[in-house]
Design a protein around this ligand. Sequence first.
Ligand SMILES: Nc1ncnc2c1ncn2[C@@H]1O[C@H](COP(=O)(O)OP(=O)(O)O)[C@@H](O)[C@H]1O
Ligand SMILES: [Mg+2]
Length: 218
Amino acid sequence: MKTPLTILQGNLEVALMKARTVEEYHEVLLNNLQQVERLIALTRPLLTLAKFTSSKPPVNLVPLALEPLIQEIVEELTLLADDHRITLRFESQPVPPTLGDAQWLKQALINLLDNALQYTPGGGFVTVRLQTVGHEVAVAVEDTGHGIEPEHIPHLFERFYRTDWARAKDTAGTGLGLPIVKEIMEAHGGSISVISEVTKGSIFTLRLPALTQHSIPA
Ligand SMILES: Nc1ncnc2c1ncn2[C@@H]1O[C@H](COP(=O)(O)OP(=O)(O)O)[C@@H](O)[C@H]1O
Ligand SMILES: [Mg+2]
């Protein structure tokens, strides 16, 4: 947050020091626009955290069918995937309903897909898999990307934690995406887990308790 603001300030101060050519102004404006784009990307997760009440996402749990929700998100992100030259697929099995908050679950899945698209090279695949695992409904986001070294795995859900590789690649990241997902899943009585292999890819799995007849609250 501080870095793009400082760059913006510096650019403007230097530009205003003396008269400039049109080309010079153009260059400054272009660079400032990039800094503003970074700021917007950094602000988004901070606004999400600002909605938390006593450090938890205020979820409103209702019976929810995940299949149409995921379908909608995948459709919304298809253009972004195309931009990254990544094939985004959705493989779905019939699953029981869950108790969930559609808006917050959407946020959780978008954060995972955002990472998968960001950290997978062009030509790769990102697959969302919906299935029942025991008494839980699982949503797995699988990518053919860079993968994550085992020493980083225990830290991924700590606020502001990012690997050096990700820092170098995506300067607009915040290290807040996965901690937000973890909070959202815990507020649902669910979980998030990750399996990853360097150079092969990663699988992030969201799990929610399946809604059965006797789990419907009275
Ligand atoms: N699908 C993925 N493939 C490789 N690395 C990942 C993936 N998802 C997350 N990571 C790693 O976990 C870190 C934390 O992710 P996140 O909390 O979303 O923050 P950000 O994306 O802003 O860096 C990333 O910086 C990256 O190092
Ligand atoms: Mg992220």
